[in-house]
Design a protein around this ligand. Structure first.
Ligand code: FES
Length: 372
């Protein structure tokens, strides 16, 4: 056998062998005890775990973690997964934009401070696919806490900065499956300057309000506030007049062609359609300054529940409709990459009732049609 034929034979052998190894690895992680454990967790188990973990999540990520879980609800994921035709159900629920975590495994959580540690957290959770045993019947919160502490000890980082992103990692694994999770690149998607910011610096930036000039404290009109919509980008902010709704200020931002970034954006960085709390397109999470927004109105609160975004009755919730929320100070928000109308459907599904098709699937529901 000449040398080139021998080299080809070795290449074929190595390729076949690594194929077998890869398939074996994928089979083993897909049948992992961790996957079985995660598949047994009901939405209420996640709610309980999050409530238990929240006090031990650093302030810089406490709101962000809760917002992330509202942006990627496991109930909706399961409904779509179990639907005979996923795309048809997505259409029926009027879902627009990029709602699938599988398409954004490394990117969905850039607004968490813990995103900086994503490569290590993802790797640690991937390793747990091979080592997890739940012989002692540990809880979901205990599993998340244990992984966050292990990564923290290795990186010499306080686990409070890792608990939120670790919870996000376990939910991402639940929704995308072992193979895709393990195959993700595990990269950080913020620039090094922002990555170097301390948690205190991020909190200080959120707390800062705009000065209103030398005699600003005497001003009763013409006050203006900064709205930051991406804390990891210097230019990502727009101005808002006092008591103006977030979406109105965003619409005056002509600095970019917004549809190039998100096809739902027709004017400004916040997607809008109806501007009257009817469509649900403009939902945002409030990372900082929730207390500087006007209390949620009866209509806004009712519609947020109907859309399925939140069932919180707090006066200053973390999820708002940008076309309704008026600001009295500088705020930091995060814009989800998708929107839909699924509150009624998920409630009916949880009750075991068969959800009837919406009255007219080709149109957005009228207020009464969407109401439960
Ligand atoms: S733009 Fe339709 S609900 Fe705000």
């Amino acid at each position: 056998m000449d040398l080139s034929r021998a080299a080809d034979t070795v290449k074929i052998f190595v390729s076949k062998y690594s194929d077998i190894l890869n398939k074996g690895f994928q089979m083993s992680i897909n049948e992992s005890e961790l996957i079985k454990f995660l598949n047994r967790q009901e939405p209420e188990d996640w709610t309980t775990a999050l409530a238990e973990l929240l006090p031990s999540i650093h302030e810089v990520d406490r709101a962000a973690t809760q917002i992330w879980f509202k942006f990627y609800p496991v109930e909706l994921f399961r409904a779509l997964e179990e639907a005979p035709d996923r795309e048809k159900l997505a259409q029926r629920l009027l879902i627009q934009g990029n709602y699938r975590l599988a398409d954004q495994i490394d990117e969905s959580h850039t607004f968490l401070y813990g995103h900086r540690f994503w490569p290590d957290v993802r790797e640690a959770v991937t390793q747990r696919l091979k080592t997890f045993e739940n012989a002692t019947g540990g809880t979901l919160a205990a599993e998340i806490r244990q992984t966050a502490e292990a990564v923290g000890a290795r990186l010499r980082v306080d686990p409070s900065l890792l608990t939120g992103i670790t919870a996000v990692a376990y939910m991402t694994l639940t929704q995308v499956g072992a193979t895709e999770f393990a195959a993700a690149r595990g990269t950080v998607h913020i620039d090094s300057r922002h990555a170097r910011m301390s948690p205190d610096a991020v909190l200080q930036a959120r707390a800062k309000d705009d000065g209103q000039g030398l005699f600003g404290f005497l001003k009763t009109v013409n006050k203006s506030w900064t709205v930051t919509y991406n804390e990891n980008e210097n230019r990502a902010h727009f101005k808002l007049m006092n008591e103006e709704e977030l979406a109105s200020g965003a619409a005056r931002d002509h600095s970019r062609k917004w549809s190039d970034f998100d096809s739902r954006c027709i004017e400004g960085p916040i997607p809008v359609e109806c501007r009257s709390a009817s469509c649900g397109t403009c939902w945002v999470g409030v990372l900082g300054g929730a207390e500087k927004l006007a209390d949620v109105g009866v209509r806004e609160g009712k519609r947020i529940r109907e859309f399925g975004y939140d069932d919180n009755s707090a006066p200053k919730p973390l999820v708002r409709l940008a076309c309704q929320a008026q600001s009295y100070g500088a705020v930091s928000i995060v814009i989800p990459p998708w929107n839909g109308v699924f509150g009624k459907y998920l409630r009916q599904r949880a009750e075991g009732a068969i959800a009837e098709p919406l009255p007219n699937e080709s149109e957005r529901p009228s207020e009464n049609a969407a109401a439960s």
